[in-house]
Design a protein around this ligand. Structure first.
Ligand SMILES: Cc1cc2nc3c(=O)[nH]c(=O)nc-3n(C[C@H](O)[C@H](O)[C@H](O)COP(=O)(O)OP(=O)(O)OC[C@H]3O[C@@H](n4cnc5c(N)ncnc54)[C@H](O)[C@@H]3O)c2cc1C
Length: 148
């Protein structure tokens, strides 16, 4: 379990990277693609997706940094590592799915990079402890906190 405490922030950082890449592709595409005479970034339905992506990526990144900082201080960070892993993985899945949405049909095909990022994001919800297992760890830390 101590090993997982240590490795989960690194995995979570990977999930943040996948989400950040999808976000950057989506922003560029939203500026280029024109529908109804304006770039799709000008449609609120699209720009709100981008705004949520940016907010959630920032929150995920801060959770990763917090858990890594605790490890650097030599402190046990079971709770924070699971916070970071769970939130980063689920954020990567949501952000990459929304990035595919921003690309429309092009998002779904291999010609553009976001469908690959969406498939990559799924792994982060599975390995190094699934998102359900992270919730299990978090709940245990809340209800049965360990002192060591
Ligand atoms: C590409 C890849 C690389 C991997 N690399 C490694 C590696 O290097 N080292 C390694 O050891 N493993 C590795 N794994 C395995 C990975 O860690 C497991 O797939 C993961 O832990 C889930 O276990 P499982 O597949 O047996 O799913 P299961 O445990 O069968 O889970 C199936 C589903 O049930 C849910 N579930 C299970 N138990 C509970 C519970 N108590 N409460 C709520 N929900 C629950 C899970 O969340 C999941 O949704 C890798 C997997 C993949 C896909």
């Amino acid at each position: 379990m101590k090993t997982l405490d240590f490795t989960r922030p690194g995995t979570a950082a990977g999930a943040v990277g996948v989400a950040q890449a999808a976000f950057e592709y989506a922003v560029e595409y939203a500026k280029e693609r024109v529908t109804f005479d304006v770039p799709i970034a000008m449609h609120q339905g699209v720009s709100f997706m981008i705004a949520d992506m940016a907010t959630e990526i920032e929150a995920a990144r801060l959770l990763v940094w917090q858990s890594a900082w605790l490890h650097d201080q030599g402190k046990r960070a079971t709770l924070q590592s699971s916070f970071a892993k769970r939130f980063s993985a689920d954020t990567a899945m949501k952000v990459t799915t929304d990035a595919v949405q921003v690309f429309g049909g092009y998002g779904y095909i291999k010609e553009y990079p976001v469908e690959k990022l969406m498939r990559d994001a799924k792994l982060f919800q599975i390995y190094e402890g699934t998102s359900q297992i992270q919730r299990l760890v978090i709940a245990k830390e809340i209800f049965l906190p360990r002192d060591d």
